[in-house]
Design a protein around this ligand. Structure first.
Ligand SMILES: O=C(CO)[C@H](O)[C@H](O)COP(=O)(O)O
Length: 333
């Protein structure tokens, strides 16, 4: 089995050793073997594609650590005249927040090259001319993007410390002017927020239920996979028996919004991601070339499982694999 790329945290003298990253990988019997892209295929990909859309967690970074070789790969693509675009389902930051993260990791990225699911939520509400208030389960990224669109909101970080006691007679009031609940990743999710969102969706006529994404697990740190926003959306699906409108990958909304921004034909674009059910599905839905990297949540076992129906056009162990064809690709371009 292929050894996964992991940038393990360095161990300070005297510090507790850091455990290698563990994956919540289902046990699956592999019955086929989808090969890694050959050098010829990598050159072909670099020749035919004008723009690379990169997922972030698991492709560019793991938590707050940039994956080794990524800066050089981005430099190579830019020097070949390729457009690059970064799309993340992680809604904890706004596009401006991601700009700061890219800068802090030493990655030279322009503001207009970043698209986050926090922005997608605000853009979706704007697209339907939404005029009411939004209750947010999520972090500052969603609030900042709603503010930029002038959409009123409540909840989010300000409800982080609110508690429910369930003492006899306890009754929670809620705002009847809320017309949408947006659920994004929220490390401070609590029972108060779940109850508030549930009341809005169940009791406010026509209240929308919007999910930034439904990712199951993700590398929120480089040491381990963590429960993703799918767990938070699942809580609200459970209490309301409603299915959300998803605005992040692999939604149609995000695809159309990004295509309009890029102004390229689908065959000129390659989606590079570490997740089959969001990134690769997103690319396939849009008719883009797709490239799976095995540096994030997808193991070879899952990729090769007979249960997996999402087959990428190319498989790389990590994005910097493209550097192996740098010289030939530069000549061919
Ligand atoms: O639920 C999540 C946590 O918010 C997402 O899984 C996650 O962060 C995905 O990010 P990306 O699209 O960059 O892989």
């Amino acid at each position: 089995m292929q050894v996964m790329l992991r940038s393990l945290p360095s161990t300070r003298a005297g510090a507790r050793p850091v455990r290698p990253a563990r994956k919540m990988t289902p046990c699956l019997a592999a019955s086929r073997s989808i090969p890694r892209a050959t050098n010829e295929q990598k050159i072909d990909l670099l020749k035919k594609v004008e723009c690379f859309i990169f997922d972030c967690d698991g492709v560019i970074w793991l938590g707050d650590k940039v994956i080794e070789g990524v800066p050089e790969t981005l430099d190579m693509l830019r020097s070949m005249g390729k457009k690059v675009f970064f799309v993340t389902n992680n809604s904890t930051k706004s596009r401006a927040g991601y700009m700061s993260k890219f800068q802090s990791l030493g990655l030279d990225v322009k503001a207009e090259e970043i698209y986050s699911s926090s922005y997608a939520a605000a853009a979706y509400l704007e697209s339907i001319n939404f005029q009411k208030k939004v209750y947010v389960i999520g972090e500052t990224g969603i609030l900042e993007e709603l503010d930029l669109k002038g959409i009123r909101h409540l909840g989010g970080p300000s409800d982080a410390d609110k508690r429910v006691t369930l003492k006899s007679g306890e009754f929670m009031e809620h705002d009847h002017g809320v017309g949408a609940v947006v659920v994004g990743f929220d490390r401070y999710i609590n029972y108060f927020k779940i109850q508030y969102a549930t009341l809005c969706i169940r009791e406010n006529p026509g209240c929308l239920f919007i999910a930034t994404n439904r990712d199951a697990v993700t590398h929120l740190t480089d040491a381990q996979e963590w429960a993703g926003n799918g767990s938070m959306v699942g809580a609200i699906v459970g209490s309301t028996k409603r299915e959300p409108i998803v605005v992040g990958k692999p939604s149609d909304f995000m695809l159309k919004n990004i295509s309009a921004t890029l102004g390229l034909r689908p065959d000129q674009i390659c989606m590079v991601g570490d997740r089959l059910d969001t990134d690769i599905m997103f690319g396939k839905n849009g008719g883009l070339a797709t490239s799976l990297v095995l540096s994030g949540v997808t193991t070879e076992e899952v990729l090769n499982s007979p249960d997996n129906k999402v087959i990428p056009d190319y498989v790389l162990s990590k994005l910097p694999d493209l550097l192996t064809v740098k010289e030939s690709a530069m000549v061919a371009a």
